[in-house]
Design a protein around this ligand. Structure first.
Ligand code: NDP
Length: 267
């Protein structure tokens, strides 16, 4: 667990992650490791911001001299609204996860960071993705996948929420009543089912062992364990955490992020 500060009592520092809750965030370790590797005298802290206080908190961190902020659940939309300059993908998915305070500008590094991780998995050629879930993180990834030419099928426990996501984002994705795995080279679990240990209604007997199973949750999950037992390659959420953090650092500081050291700090 990182040390957490209330935004009203935020210490002198340079960068922060804000969220509610935020104590579980590994970003302070990851960015701290990057600064040490780069020889930069910078400090990155975790700051708790309750719902409804994002604008006030960002104003305060800005006045304290913070340069930038990463934004986690549930504040990505509120952060977008605080920013006066928002890059197009972040505006489309209504989620800013990286803010530069000096000019109130915001970007979304989850979407390109996710594509970095697919490249590292050798999946840059695209194909068909079965996306499980239609929550906050699914939105950015669905847009990134379609922009990169992937065919997208989406299954969500609450089908109406998947329908709403597809229509509000203008996606051409198909919404499924049941998770349909045949022909999908990428099975992407964006649900929070892994956090509670819940199983998803997948018929593993028809999954191709050539597919890749990707879970946004960190570490082993029932989804990845079952996928591995059926011979699939697997990827958990840590590479995405590193990829989005590395892109945030690069956007703020204009230097190449030391991804290996960042990954080691949270591995
Ligand atoms: P949201 O709360 O916005 O969405 C949760 C989604 O999970 C919904 O689609 C919900 O379906 C579904 N869900 C929840 N419980 C179950 C269940 N028992 N069975 C089936 N579906 C279920 O969450 P986020 O999108 O913010 O986060 C989702 C996951 O991604 C979390 O595990 C989170 O930790 C992880 N994450 C990882 C990141 C990383 O960097 N690796 C970044 C961001 C998130 P319904 O609509 O029916 O409720």
């Amino acid at each position: 667990m990182s040390e957490v500060f209330s935004w009203r009592e935020a210490p002198a520092a340079d960068f922060a992650v804000i969220g509610d809750p935020v104590a579980h965030s590994r970003s302070p370790w990851m960015h701290g490791a990057a600064y040490r590797e780069l020889g930069l005298d910078l400090r990155y802290v975790a700051v708790h911001v309750p719902v409804g206080e994002v604008a006030e908190a960002l104003d305060r961190l800005s006045s304290l001299g913070y340069q930038g902020v990463n934004v986690t659940v549930p504040h990505k939309e509120a952060a977008m609204e605080w920013c006066v300059q928002v890059e197009p993908t972040a505006r489309r998915v209504r989620a800013v996860n990286t803010v530069r305070l000096s000019d109130r500008s915001g970007v979304n590094t989850d979407a390109p960071g996710f594509m970095d991780t697919l490249r590292d998995l050798g999946l840059e050629q695209g194909g068909t993705c079965l996306m499980l879930g239609a929550g906050g993180s699914a939105r950015a990834l669905a847009v990134a996948l379609e922009e990169a030419g992937w065919r997208l099928r989406i299954w969500n426990r609450t089908a109406s929420r998947a329908e709403e996501m597809v229509s509000s984002l203008g996606l051409s994705a198909e919404v499924l009543e049941e998770p349909q795995v045949e022909g999908a080279g990428l099975l992407l679990n964006t649900t929070s089912a892994s956090l509670s240990g819940a199983e998803l209604p997948i018929d593993w007997s028809v999954v191709s062992s050539a597919s890749v199973a990707y879970d946004l949750a960190y570490g082993q999950s029932p989804f990845l364990a079952t996928a591995a037992a059926h011979g699939l390659r697997t990827c958990d959420g840590l590479p995405l955490l590193v990829a989005q953090g590395a892109r945030s650092l690069e956007w703020w500081l204009g230097v190449e992020a030391p991804r290996r050291q960042m990954a080691e700090a949270i591995g």
